[in-house]
Design a binder for this molecule. Structure first.
Ligand SMILES: Nc1ncnc2c1ncn2[C@@H]1O[C@H](COP(=O)(O)OP(=O)(O)OP(=O)(O)O)[C@@H](O)[C@H]1O
Ligand SMILES: [Mg+2]
Length: 372
């Protein structure tokens, strides 16, 4: 627990060697909801793994902390995830102080930050005591990576978040969109090319060796397209580039990007849990999409999967709420390169499904221009 300009908080420290880039517009939208919209008491940032939800939430929290007029008296940070992917060591543990696996953990994190003694209390009593404290204090509660929770635990936490006294706010990040009442959904998408350049430059600035690199705009574009603009993937690529100790990168980027697509630890970290939570039909639709190039015609997916329209739209909705696909127009959807690569990996392990999808794919390819 620390005290900064009279704001009590338990926020993780900002890492000075990991500067936050871009996201200006979406940061202002979230700040505006937090500060100027009394009806927005539950704000949920959703997006695919590694897109920067946690970073954005932390950036916003620190902005509030830095503001001269203390808009919140207390900021509480709780994380439902236990591990992070790290570029060098692969996995990094989350500080135990933030770990929230159920409502009781969350209440304990809040009590600890506020220095309220709830020792020996039952969960309902803790909830009552904390709520009565919240009544007189303006608190921002941030729950990071809500999708990591068991369904019942997430539901209990959301019930609590929806019932906190007026004037308090809850900001949630989740790979899966939250469905329910009263929340403001903010979808976080990939970085723009300019933001990607900023991130690459920030990564280059980390080590002297990069000063001699010839990472020109063309190579940066290759990285941007290959990573789909996902910051986690961009940082992973930059770490790989660093490991080559090479000055001239011409011709090397495709090879490094390929290594990202086959990096099982990164793919599993990003997609395993989400993929498992999908219905069989949605999995099949995602695997069918891995055979096609963006933007993908919905009609092409339907032909490949031999699926009824209403079921196809249910499957697409499931994929969209997990940010595994994005909708461009009514008739087209897109899939990010890493997602595509994970879906393709699964398809390669299901030979009979692969045969069926590929033979249907060949049929439409013969008649129409759905290029591979
Ligand atoms: N705007 C940004 N500027 C600089 N680095 C960023 C930015 N967004 C994300 N990153 C970096 O990308 C990596 C992944 O970001 P982050 O953990 O915030 O993603 P996430 O969406 O919360 O992922 P997950 O779904 O796994 O929780 C981190 O190393 C983070 O520092
Ligand atoms: Mg996160």
């Amino acid at each position: 627990m620390s005290d900064s300009k009279n704001v009590l908080h338990n926020l993780p420290r900002r890492k000075l060697n990991e500067p936050f880039v871009g996201r200006n517009k979406i940061s202002s939208v979230v700040l505006d909801l937090l500060l100027n919209n009394p009806r927005a008491f539950l704000i949920a940032i959703s997006g695919v793994a590694g897109v920067g939800k946690t970073s954005l939430a932390l950036h916003i929290a620190h902005k509030l902390l830095d503001a001269t007029d203390a808009s919140f008296e207390v900021i509480v940070w709780a994380s439902s995830k236990t591990e992070l992917v790290d570029k060098r060591r692969n996995v990094e543990e989350i500080d135990e102080a933030f770990i929230t696996k159920d409502l009781e953990d969350l209440l304990d994190v809040i009590a600890k930050t506020l220095d309220i003694n709830c020792h020996g209390y039952s969960v309902p009593d803790k909830e009552d005591k904390i709520k009565s404290f919240l009544q007189g204090n303006k608190i921002l509660l941030i729950i990071d990576n809500l999708e990591s929770l068991e369904q019942d635990a997430a539901a209990e936490i959301l019930r609590f978040a929806r019932s906190i006294p007026f004037d308090n706010k809850c900001l949630v990040t989740s790979r899966i969109e939250i469905q329910g009442e009263g929340e403001h959904l903010i979808r976080l998408f990939a970085l723009s090319f300019e933001e990607c350049v900023e991130l690459i430059n920030a990564e280059q600035g980390k080590e002297k060796i990069f000063e001699r690199l010839n990472l020109d705009r063309g190579l940066m574009l290759e990285i941007y397209h290959g990573t789909g603009g996902i910051p986690l993937a961009i940082k992973w690529i930059m770490a790989k580039i660093r490991a080559t100790r090479r000055k001239d990168l011409t011709g090397l980027i495709p090879e490094i990007l390929d290594s990202l697509y086959t990096a099982e630890n990164v793919l599993a970290y990003c997609f395993q849990q989400l993929f498992r939570s999908l219905s069989e039909r949605a999995k099949e639709v995602l695997m069918a999409m891995s055979l096609l190039n963006n933007p993908i015609e919905i009609e092409a997916i339907q032909t490949i999967c031999e699926i009824e329209t209403s079921r196809l739209f249910d499957a697409l909705r499931e994929l969209k709420t997990r940010s595994l696909i994005e909708e461009t127009t009514n008739n087209q959807v897109t899939i990010l390169p890493l997602t595509k690569s994970y879906a393709s990996w699964h398809l390669n392990h299901r030979s009979s499904l692969r045969e069926k999808l590929e033979s249907n794919y060949v049929k439409i390819y013969d008649t129409k221009e759905y290029k591979h």
